[in-house]
Design a protein around this ligand. Structure first.
Ligand code: ADP
Ligand code: MG
Length: 252
């Protein structure tokens, strides 16, 4: 048995014109970990997730997943390699129902989709879609048009859509943003539990340190495009620089 990391980024960098959004981002994540990424707005967190998931091509550095170089692959190719993501603003079709959104995500995730060409295929897709919605606690939302659903439910659905192919790794960009403070924990419970039951490795960007404490095994703090510290939850949340530059005294 080797103990090879699942994801390794080495010297990742992204600049936009003169702005260096991320610089020298080198991390390793092992299978099964749940890692929180913290950092002020503009620290480069989303840029990092965009590079790992193929939405941005790095200006420098490399990304490997299960030992395979995935640098510069498209989002679709990256997803097929086993790395999926959700978005800070849920990427769903607002005029379609939750179940229809899930079915579209399923079809999109397949290598050679057979689509919805026969009644029995439609039935089996509906069954699979309902089962997935149930895993994420969204069964009762199946027939609702998603545009009218609360933000938290839409974000849960976006995560469920990313999970259709049971990815080995999933990156969640601010899953609890826009979710009311008293609903954040239950919302995270209802997405983390089904991901973990399928043994997914999870990275999530989060601003609420109570959520970080509760769900993360490890924390990576970003500051002005670089990694300030990458360590266990207690070490990072008690670090003097993190408290000064990242948490800013909010987390006592
Ligand atoms: N597409 C882009 N074009 C130009 N600048 C960008 C782009 N995306 C991000 N940036 C800049 O890169 C920096 C990091 O942004 P981002 O990764 O979105 O931060 P975070 O997610 O930590 O809030 C910011 O200064 C932001 O303005
Ligand atoms: Mg962001």
């Amino acid at each position: 048995m080797t103990n090879q990391p699942l994801l390794v980024t080495d010297g990742l960098e992204k600049s936009f014109g003169g702005v260096v959004a991320a610089r020298d981002i080198s991390i390793s994540v092992h299978a099964g970990e749940t890692v929180a990424i913290i950092g002020a707005n503009g620290a480069g967190k989303t840029t990092f997730v965009n590079m790992v998931t193929g939405y941005l091509t790095p200006s420098a550095g490399s990304i490997s997943f299960r030992g395979r170089d995935i640098t510069g692959l498209s989002p679709r190719q990256t997803a097929r390699a086993g790395v999926r993501r959700s978005f800070q603003i849920a990427q769903i079709f607002p005029k379609l129902t939750a179940l229809e959104n899930i079915i579209i995500a399923e079809i999109a995730a397949e290598k050679e989709s057979v689509g919805l060409t026969t009644p029995s295929l439609v039935r089996s897709r509906v069954e699979a879609g309902m089962a997935l919605l149930a895993r994420f606690g969204l069964e009762s939302m199946a027939q609702r048009r998603t545009g009218t659903l609360p933000q938290g439910v839409r974000k849960q659905l976006d995560i469920a859509m990313a999970a259709v192919s049971n990815p080995e790794m999933i990156l969640l960009d601010e899953p609890t943003s826009g979710v009311s403070a008293d609903e954040k924990i239950s919302m995270m419970d209802s997405v983390i539990a089904p991901l973990k039951s399928e043994k997914a490795t999870v990275l999530f960007i989060e601003h609420d340190m109570d959520i970080v404490r509760r769900f993360a095994d490890r924390v990576i703090a970003f500051y002005e495009g670089t990694i300030l510290i990458d360590d266990g939850v207690d070490v990072v949340l008690n670090d003097a620089k993190v408290r000064e530059f990242v948490i800013g005294g909010v987390y006592a």
